[in-house]
Design a protein around this ligand. Structure first.
Ligand code: CO
Length: 183
C-alpha cells in the first residue's frame, strides 16, 4: 500500500494530456496506489496526474451510493458519444480543496477504455458514475472543473485559486521526490 500526495491546482502536471498506457506490467500496482490515495483523501474519483503520474488512468468508487457496488479502474479512455440531455450538479475536486462548482454535463456517455488487464471495453454510463467519469476523463486531458464555469464564476474563487498556485510552487515533499527521480 502506498498513499501518494495529491497534486493541487497550479501544478503543471494537471494541465498535461496524460500519456497513453501501452505497458500493463506494473498497472496493477499503480491502480492499487491510486485507490489507496483516493480513499485516504476521501475522494470518489482520482486521475493519475493528480498523484503526479503522467499516465491515462483514473479510478472511481461510488459504492457509498445505491448506484454501484463495485470500484472501477479506467485506462486509455475516450468518450465516444454523449447524450444531448445535460444536467447540472455540484462537483468538488481533490486538487481544488474547498471549492465546489455547479457543472453542466451530458447525462449519459459511451466510453471506450481498457480495464486493468488491458482488455478493450465499450460501455454506457449514466447518473453519478457518468458524471464522475467525465470529471476524471477531463483530468487526464488536462482539463479541470474551473475551466467549465463562466469567467464570473471563476472570478468568485480568484483568491483561493491564487493561493493554491502560490503553494504549488513551494517545494513540497512531493516536488522534491519528483525532482530526485528526474536526476
Ligand atoms: Co478532480
Amino acid at each position: 500500500m502506498a498513499v501518494l500526495d495529491i497534486v493541487k491546482y497550479g501544478d503543471p502536471i494537471l494541465r498535461k494530456k496524460c500519456k497513453f498506457v501501452d505497458d500493463f506490467s506494473n498497472i496493477g500496482t499503480v491502480v492499487d496506489n491510486m485507490f489507496d490515495s483516493m480513499y485516504e483523501a476521501e475522494g470518489i474519483g482520482l486521475a493519475a496526474n493528480q498523484v503526479g503520474i503522467n499516465l491515462n488512468i483514473f479510478v472511481i468508487d461510488i459504492t457509498h451510493t445505491e448506484e454501484s457496488d463495485e470500484s472501477y479502474g479506467f485506462i486509455n479512455s475516450s468518450i465516444l458519444e454523449s447524450s444531448s440531455n445535460e444536467s447540472s450538479s455540484s462537483e468538488g475536486c481533490l486538487s481544488l480543496p474547498n471549492i465546489s462548482l455547479d457543472i453542466n454535463r451530458p447525462e449519459r456517455i459511451k466510453l471506450r477504455y481498457q480495464n486493468i488487464d488491458g482488455d478493450w471495453c465499450e460501455d454506457d454510463f449514466s447518473g453519478l458514475l457518468s458524471r464522475a467519469i467525465q470529471h476524471e476523463n477531463d483530468h487526464v486531458n488536462g482539463i479541470m472543473i474551473i475551466d467549465r464555469v463562466s469567467k464570473i464564476e471563476k472570478l468568485k474563487h480568484k483568491t483561493a485559486l491564487k493561493e493554491l498556485e502560490i503553494n504549488s510552487k513551494k517545494p513540497t515533499k512531493y516536488n522534491l521526490a519528483r525532482k530526485e527521480s528526474l536526476l
